[in-house]
Write a protein of this length. Sequence first.
Length: 315
Amino acid sequence: MNGVNGVHHITAIAGPAQENLDFYAGILGMRLVKKSVNQDDPGTYHLFYADAAGSPGTDLTFFPWPTMRQPRRGHGLTSEVGLEIPHGSLAWWADRLRGYHVATGDPVTRFGDRVLPLTDPHGLELALIESPADRPRAFEPWQGGPVRPDHQIRGLHGARAIERDAGATVNFLTTVLGFQRLGSEGGWTRFGFRTSPGVLDLMERTDLPRGAWGVGAVHHLAWRVDDEAHERAVRQRVADAGGRPTEVIDRFWFRSVYFLEPGGVLFEIATDGPGFGIDEDAAHLGEKLVLPPFLEGQRAEIERALPDLKAPSVV
């Protein structure tokens, strides 16, 4: 099947941009690899956190919309983002987070992995998930970050979502996008890929209302494709299955197609390239505001609308 290759990035909605930067680049120690704007709302930042190179599959991004309402938790909405940490590092992370007064839950085991649930400053539910010692993945450590390379977040583990009718979503994942069923426990069923990072855990809940975006909610889940030819093939599969995908949109660092999966979660398929190094030197990613070429003519107006951002002061 010419499906997707795993997770590409996950995008969520944040509150004030400085608080978001302080938490993800400071406390969590992820690298800010791109400081740009929401291309559909250029008065808003789009902040990209990842490994040192911004490798596909390591990228958690945010739209800071601090005046947006709180989300309505319910079906058709992603409920948690999972971040992969090195095997044996969970206790170290628990100590670090406690030192910064970050709200965490008790460590648990899910599908054989040790997990530390936590909540970011704006209400986004996260989980730090220890990777098995023998699980390989593309990851480039950030030597200039506040977290030692042997403890750094290695990338995205995946996400959890609530569905009202999980059957339609399961059929779509497995027959259109190429996901495999990996197991079930505690009311959750896991789908993913045998050789690529990126799982999606689903739970069916008929007692909940339709979820709605807000500060602290996930905006969309993006899945990897090799290139634009692969993307167009997957797009056609989505359309043939009754989806309503957008045309291919040039996001400059990758090409994107968006659509709603049958349960209402917004999905994106995104190409691996050209990548974040196309417009910045690898040693200086994220240090300045970068705009896609079609917005450069509006730079002065955009810069006036955006709040100043300072480097995180935490270590």
